[in-house]
Ligand binder design. Structure first.
Ligand SMILES: [Zn+2]
Length: 131
């Protein structure tokens, strides 16, 4: 887990396991061995965590990992269109720092608490309107 996110050997092994020719084509065109920038938001790097399809007829999606320079470090964004990725290959994508991850965890915990309070209030309101 140093600078190298996914080695060529590991990527090749991943390719060999892909049964869908369509997915293999996308993976070869957009290999997970280099960083990319998203055409709609090119201000930070993303890394392809995985490729998947919902069915053989549909498109190939990628899961993108946000690194240290993102506003949401450590997040994985699903259902992304690989064709919107611009190869960057600068090699500067970095895993989020421990501090960034701790901040993200705290933020998520805050949101969960907020949500739980909202659900509690709605449940109480609902109980009152029934009475
Ligand atoms: Zn880059």
């Amino acid at each position: 887990m140093a600078d190298e996110i996914l080695s060529q050997e590991d990527f090749d092994a991943e390719l060999r396991q892909m049964t869908s020719p369509k997915m293999k084509r996308v993976a070869l065109r957009y290999p997970a061995t280099q960083c990319y920038r998203h055409a709609n938001n090119p201000f930070w790097h993303v890394w392809i965590a995985s490729y998947y399809m919902l069915n053989e007829e549909g498109p190939v999606f990628v899961v993108l990992m946000h690194g240290r320079d993102s506003t949401t470090p450590g997040s994985r964004v699903y259902h992304q269109d690989a064709t919107l990725l611009l190869p960057c290959s600068c090699g500067k994508w970095q895993w989020p720092t421990e501090r960034q991850l701790a901040e993200r965890r705290a933020e998520l915990a805050r949101l969960q608490t907020q949500h739980a309070m909202k659900v509690r209030d709605l449940t109480r309101e609902h109980g009152r309107s029934k009475a």
